[in-house]
Write a protein that binds this ligand. Sequence first.
Ligand SMILES: Nc1ncnc2c1ncn2[C@@H]1O[C@H](COP(=O)(O)OP(=O)(O)OP(=O)(O)O)[C@@H](O)[C@H]1O
Length: 354
Amino acid sequence: MTESWSGSESADDAEHADRIVSANSDDIERAAEAALRPRRLEEFVGQPVVRDQLSLVLHAAMNRGATPDHVLLSGPPGLGKTTLAMIIAAELGTSLRVTSGPAIQHAGDLAAVLSSLTEGEVLFIDEIHRLARPAEELLYVAMEDFRVDIVVGKGAGASAIPLSLPRFTAVGATTRAGLLPAPLRDRFGFTGHLEFYDAQDLERVILRSARLLNITIDQDAAAEIASRSRGTPRIANRLLRRVRDWADVRGSGHMDLAAARAALAVYEVDELGLDRLDRAVLHALCTRFRGGPVGLSTLAVSVGEEPETVETVAEPFLVREGLMARSPRGRVATAATWQHLGLVPPADGATLFS
Ligand SMILES: Nc1ncnc2c1ncn2[C@@H]1O[C@H](COP(=O)(O)OP(=O)(O)OP(=O)(O)O)[C@@H](O)[C@H]1O
């Protein structure tokens, strides 16, 4: 399988990839991740529903000697969409071409990529929801009719010359499936939704990565890292590397439970996987605003962050874990928030006891 890359990070991704519990990654981390990617479907841990459905789609097409339907993979960052795109190409025994929505500025950029495809190749379009509209329209036709219309000339004298394309499989990845226009969504014959991983599956991801990195790790240490990894393999692998650093420098090199706990304490990742920013937000909510409700901007200012950072970086996980609730009047602490911080809620507070 060959692979080429012409992508770019979104501003959002680059900005927050330095957080140890960020689900995003930067280019340096992607290099470290490459060695840990499962290469075949059977190595891909967890996500049994998507794995099974995808296996059927691929094998049915292979049995018929046909090119599989286009595949859309949706789900939060770091759950394995890029990995699955690579696996699809490997299972089909073909090569993978990689691009991304933000890397394609003009329809012509996409036309160039499409016209260089060879028969049966897989074209991976990361962040497909960020494709420019003219490129999107070109993609509809390419996916449906395996054709691009090259426009020659301008204005009234312009004409379109159809160029037929080899049959290919498009694999789109998106963290925001809801932003995809329906005509584009409809051209994918199969959509796989990746879910957050449970602790057992993350433990398997960690044990597998440890094997590949030649690290010996106790099972309870792997379980400890898994339980702090926010349901995300990318975070699990990152925490594993940080625990290995600790074990090598301050420990005996062996990764046991004590080493895992000590390392994660150094990196300020608590037992629920919250980091310093998450805890600062919750602490301010409870101690400065008596559990809320408080507006996002006021809350953000109180922790010295931009509202957007609190909203996009800290809040989704806190809400998912039931540690914060949104109400029409602002952000509100829950019973779990007070409990996690070891604080007692005020008797007349607005805390949600759900
Ligand atoms: N099911 C899995 N089994 C083992 N490792 C996995 C699995 N899913 C993801 N990983 C690991 O997690 C890392 C991140 O995965 P990947 O880059 O595929 O995520 P992504 O969903 O494409 O993220 P993004 O949306 O940021 O592009 C990879 O290094 C990969 O090794």
